[in-house]
Design a protein around this ligand. Structure first.
Ligand code: AP5
Ligand code: MG
Length: 190
């Protein structure tokens, strides 16, 4: 199996690039952000709880997202591998993912960090906010909070993967196609 962690701050292009990776390597896309938005749209209890955090740009509790990923892995066993998008986001989640991979007889092959300048992140998300309907894309203050959450709680995970020799930094500036090419070259060389 080929399991990739697609990593980076809000607006780095994780969702956009996941589409290229799943097509090229025939993988299953697992985005915790999308799964949570599905729960909100379905008006579930989990969705209601998650919404209170997401709308303000805070991470939702680890227990919620870890359980969601555990159940997705159980339901999607016959795959070539996964692209994890927006997960893990804390060291707790990274440890839990390693444990889940072991249970499934596999492991994370690489963590791919899309590195993008802050001004570009804000401009992409404000641009998307005009049409996305996402509450967390509305306004600079909430976007800044998402980036702060990333800097404080999520960015440190890079050391966790570097210690396992799985950390790769990919320049996330340029056209979508150029970045996809960089990612595909990196993954092909694993
Ligand atoms: P999530 O849905 O994961 O959002 P995010 O990480 O904040 O990032 P985005 O999805 O907004 O950006 P992206 O990197 O996918 O970029 P995209 O391709 O869309 O999480 C949302 C919330 O859910 C979190 O804040 C948290 O509350 C909660 N959550 C989710 N997972 C969690 C977890 N594991 N633990 C705890 N809480 C969790 O691109 C962005 C825009 O830029 C698009 O408009 C796109 O068209 C454009 N774009 C992309 N590439 C380029 C390019 N090269 N040039 C110009 N524009 C580009
Ligand atoms: Mg996304």
């Amino acid at each position: 199996m080929l399991n990739l962690v697609l990593f980076g701050p809000p607006g780095a292009g994780k969702g956009t690039q996941a589409d290229y990776l799943i097509k090229k390597f025939k993988l299953k896309h697992l985005s915790t952000g999308e799964l949570l938005r599905d729960q909100i749209a379905a008006h579930t209890e989990l969705g209601q709880e998650a919404k209170s955090y997401m709308d303000q740009g805070f991470l939702v509790p680890d227990s919620i997202v870890i359980e969601m990923i555990r159940s997705e892995l159980q339901e999607n066993k016959a795959v070539n591998g996964y692209v994890f998008d927006g997960f893990p986001r804390t060291v707790e989640q990274a440890i839990a993912l390693d444990e889940l991979m072991i249970i499934n007889g596999t492991e994370v092959a690489a963590m791919l960090l899309l590195s993008v300048e802050k001004e570009e992140l804000i401009s992409r998300l404000l641009g998307r906010g005009k049409t996305s309907g996402r509450a967390d894309d509305q306004g600079t203050a909430i976007i800044e909070n998402r980036i702060l959450e990333y800097d404080v709680k999520t960015r440190p995970i890079k050391d966790y993967y570097a210690a396992q020799n799985k950390f790769h930094r990919i320049r996330g500036m340029g056209t979508v196609e150029e970045i996809a090419q960089r990612l595909i070259e990196t993954v092909s060389a694993l």
